[in-house]
Design a binder for this molecule. Structure first.
Ligand SMILES: Cc1cc2nc3c(=O)[nH]c(=O)nc-3n(C[C@H](O)[C@H](O)[C@H](O)COP(=O)(O)OP(=O)(O)OC[C@H]3O[C@@H](n4cnc5c(N)ncnc54)[C@H](O)[C@@H]3O)c2cc1C
Length: 387
């Protein structure tokens, strides 16, 4: 095998996390290989909602997105099944995109920055200790550092930590695209599924409808989704329904080891309150690349995980706090009170949207605000506690 690595950095997975890592590292002059089993453009099941936070991180690493990739949202409706709880209009901190187009744009950007294109090629094995990656076609590469950005079923996580996400406990979502005229209104059905929600997102060519929750707690998700679609006037037999896991509430306690680190869904970085994963994928990809290059500059690629772990402490704390809030908001005692507060308090709705958009962090809620909020919810006095 090679006396010295073929690449400074090997990035496995070219979704938002991997494409960002590759772009950042190649832009800083590193020799980078970007591997994905799929050839791009490729499909990725996703609602495609981009929060202010996601847009900010995308712009920081990739520059402004072409406007053709974005579709505006002019109103958000909060519902409890067929019951309208409330509607917010005006300047909303959310835009919608199609992942096939967004991810292809990010992948092209990584290549334009100098990353080598190894997409459309499957990996046979990874040796975390040496950074050697063998592909199914017999080729092999060796990275001084390796980033596993290969999604919720990460083979890098399996090779490194001995497991992928525990599938019964991670989130699971079903989605269907419905063709039609461009939509303008986003709907969040807060009771469509226990410990999750339903979404009806407007797109340039129609709508994306979905249902996501924790698989073990949601029973027959497919049956629920079909009934939910029918209740919205969509014939479930007339659309293609697809499912995919998403790691909300299943953040890893370790996100790497030595020269190999995990980013995005592979690290379990999906917000358990909102189901948002693109923002953390982009940020973690950027920080993983920076950590790898800093470790290489010190001549100690094995320090990549130590540097990355330290840089990610704030994000890991945020995902952990979001997990606690999600468990509370979906608890059978609290959920009806939360719904009543959303229906009755414009203040809470705007705060919830700020949280959804990443204009407010879960950390901003703090313990005393949380206690005030719970007190008000218990007494049925709305939700001034978040303000
Ligand atoms: C139904 C659904 C709706 C969602 N809606 C939203 C939303 O509206 N907004 C939001 O912010 N987030 C949403 N998410 C979450 C979001 O899609 C993910 O968090 C995000 O895609 C994570 O990016 P990533 O780069 O980590 O992984 P991915 O986008 O999953 O990319 C991983 C890449 O790794 C590749 N790969 C996998 N295995 C291998 C292998 N062995 N070798 C090589 N390559 C491999 C895959 O082909 C893929 O290209 C949703 C998720 C689901 C399932």
């Amino acid at each position: 095998m090679a006396a010295s690595p073929t690449h400074d950095l090997i990035v496995i997975g070219a979704g938002p996390a991997g494409a960002t890592a590759a772009r950042v590292a190649a832009g800083l002059g590193a020799r980078v290989a970007l591997i994905d089993k799929a050839a791009f453009p490729r499909e990725k099941l996703c609602g495609g909602a981009l929060t202010t936070r996601a847009s900010r991180y995308l712009a920081a690493s990739h520059g402004p997105l072409p406007t053709g990739l974005l579709h505006p949202c002019k109103a958000v409706r909060f519902t409890d099944g067929p019951r309208l709880l409330a509607e917010e209009r005006g300047a909303l901190p959310l835009t919608l995109t199609m992942r096939r187009a967004l991810d292809a744009h990010l992948w092209r950007g990584a290549l334009a920055s100098g990353a080598e294109d190894w997409t459309g090629r499957r990996i046979a094995a990874l040796d975390p200790a040496s950074g050697i990656v063998r592909l199914e076609d017999g080729a092999w590469l060796q990275g001084a550092a390796v980033i596993g950005a290969d999604g919720v079923h990460s083979m890098v996580a399996r090779a490194l930590l001995g497991d992928a996400a525990p599938l019964r406990r991670v989130g699971f979502a079903l989605e269907a695209e419905v063709d039609g005229p461009p939509g303008e209104v986003m709907e969040l059905d807060l009771t469509a599924v226990p410990y999750g929600y339903g979404w009806d997102f407007p797109k340039a060519h129609g709508r994306t409808l979905g249902l996501g929750g924790v698989q073990a707690l949601s029973g027959d998700m497919m049956g629920r989704f079909r009934a939910w679609l029918a209740a919205r006037g969509v014939d479930p037999a007339g659309v293609r329904i697809k499912g995919h896991h998403l790691p909300f509430g299943q953040m890893r306690t370790r996100i790497g080891e030595g020269r190999v680190v995990l980013a995005g869904d592979a690290a379990g970085l999906v917000d358990p309150v909102t189901g948002e994963g693109i923002a953390w994928a982009v940020l973690s990809g950027q920080r993983a690349a920076q950590a790898a290059l800093a470790a290489l500059a010190q001549g100690q690629p094995d320090r990549t995980h130590a540097l990355y772990g330290a840089a990610m402490r704030d994000v890991l704390g945020e995902v952990r706090r979001a997990g606690r809030i999600a468990r509370l908001a979906h608890h059978p005692f609290w959920q009806p009170r939360v719904l009543a507060a959303i229906a009755g308090s414009g203040h809470l709705r705007r705060r919830y949207l700020q949280l959804l958009a990443g204009e407010m962090d879960h950390a901003d809620i703090g313990l005393s605000r949380m206690v005030r909020l719970m007190l008000r919810l218990t007494l049925g006095r709305g939700a001034g506690g978040l303000g």
